[in-house]
Every structure is written in structure tokens, then in C-alpha cells.
Design a protein around this ligand. Structure first.
Ligand code: DC
Length: 224
């Protein structure tokens, strides 16, 4: 089989897959696709244009025509820097809602595939290995237990690791897992041909090394 020069990293929210994927891309000199950002951008653009997160036809149109520009450091939507705005918790919920709609997923499919050039691509999301890049040379299911992921998210936003705010972060993560796992289209799941990377007790460097080691095993190439 002809494999695509793609490493597909799928996993639940706040698992650290974005950080790992970006570092792996940097080490290999490949491009990086944060596919979740496209769902977040669709949710934000809908909010800005007063489109309901349930209006499938209108959302699909927005998704197909997102006026977005990605650069190394920032994401511009309609010329405005939305790098931080798309990370807001309620936009994450909106992204999860719009991601359930088949027409939205179809509208974003070609957009995601267009990120692949001959340089190579590390792509992270929920359905990179199953739908967007089914012929990826390496597929990984990257996860960590929900409490560990809640702790990572809390540290990111400077919140305490116990108390009511922490309980809310944990509940949000569990709710999002539930929604992403149980949707009928492109549900989050580990594929039979995906390597399992459980980072509950692993740091970022170690996770990156593991991905590169699997890639070397698959392709027998040397990376610096
Ligand atoms: O990875 P993230 O938290 O930025 O993703 C935001 C939401 O987008 C997530 O709840 C599920 C959805 N998503 C998806 O359905 N498919 C992808 N490939 C990436 C994200």
C-alpha cells in the first residue's frame, strides 16, 4: 500500500496531542495541522455572524468559506487575530456541537487534506487516521486519564488543582469526551492500526521521542 507522508495523532481533549504533534512536526521539518482549530473557527465565525450552532446548512457554508489565514504564530479570521478567542471554553463546546454535523465535516474535509504537501504533515484531531488521512504512514491514539487532562488544563489557565473550578474543568472534559465518543459520525475511537500512547505518566519529551521511534520503525529512516 502507498502510505501518505502523514503522522495522524487522534485523541481526546486536553490530552496534550497538539503540543506533541507540533514538536514532532518541528523535529521532522514537516507541517502541522491542528484540525480542531478549524472546528473552533467555524463555531466562532458562527457566533460572530449570529448563526446557530445547530443550523447545519448555514454552518456548512460558513465552514467551506472560512476567511482564515494561518501563520506560524497566529490565526486570523476575517483579518482579525483570533488565536486566543478560539481557545475559550464555550467555543470548545461550540466546536464540539458543530463537529457533530455531517455537512460541516464534509465542508472541512478538503480543507484539511490541502494542508498536505510533499514536505509531510503531522495532523492532530479526532478522525485524522480514520477519515481525513486513512493512508497515514503512522497513526497514534494519544490519551491520558481524565483527571490528568483536567490537571493539565487547570495548570494552563492558572487554576487550582482542587475545588469547585477544578471540578468544573473535569466535568467539562468528561462531557466533551462523552459527546465526541458517542456521536454517530466520525466518533473518537482508537483504530485497530493505531499505536496507543497513554501519556498519563509521561512528559512531553518522552512522548515526542516515542512518536519518532515509531515513525523510524515504520520507515527505517534516521531523524536528528
Ligand atoms: O482538539 P480540540 O479540543 O481543539 O477540538 C475541538 C472540538 O472539535 C472537539 O470537541 C471535537 C471537534 N473535532 C473533531 O470533531 N474532529 C477533529 N478532527 C478535531 C476536532
Amino acid at each position: 500500500m502507498n502510505h501518505q507522508k502523514v503522522i495522524a495523532i487522534d485523541g481526546p481533549s486536553a490530552s496534550g496531542k497538539g503540543t506533541v504533534a507540533a514538536r514532532v512536526a518541528e523535529k521532522l521539518g514537516w507541517d502541522y495541522l491542528d484540525s480542531g482549530a478549524l472546528y473552533r473557527l467555524t463555531a466562532l465565525y458562527a457566533e460572530q455572524t449570529q448563526t446557530a450552532w445547530t443550523d447545519e446548512a448555514a454552518l456548512a457554508k460558513l465552514a467551506a468559506a472560512l476567511p482564515v489565514q494561518f501563520s506560524e504564530q497566529s490565526i486570523l479570521l476575517d483579518g482579525r487575530d483570533v488565536t486566543q478567542a478560539i481557545r475559550a471554553e464555550h467555543i470548545g463546546m461550540g466546536a464540539s456541537a458543530v463537529a457533530k454535523l455531517p455537512a460541516v465535516r464534509t465542508a472541512l474535509l478538503q480543507r484539511q487534506r490541502a494542508f498536505l504537501t510533499e514536505r509531510g504533515l503531522v495532523a492532530d484531531g479526532r478522525d485524522m487516521g480514520s477519515t481525513v488521512f486513512p493512508d497515514a504512514v503512522l497513526k497514534i491514539f494519544l490519551t491520558a486519564d481524565a483527571r490528568t487532562r483536567a490537571e493539565r488544563r487547570a495548570k494552563q489557565i492558572g487554576a487550582p488543582l482542587s475545588g469547585s473550578l477544578f471540578d468544573q474543568i473535569l466535568a467539562d472534559i468528561e462531557a466533551r469526551d462523552e459527546a465526541d465518543r458517542n456521536r454517530p459520525i466520525a466518533p473518537l475511537r482508537r483504530l485497530p492500526d493505531a499505536e496507543l500512547l497513554d501519556t498519563t505518566h509521561m512528559g512531553i519529551d518522552e512522548s515526542v521521542e516515542q512518536v519518532l521511534a515509531w515513525y523510524r520503525e515504520k520507515t527505517d529512516v534516521k531523524t536528528a
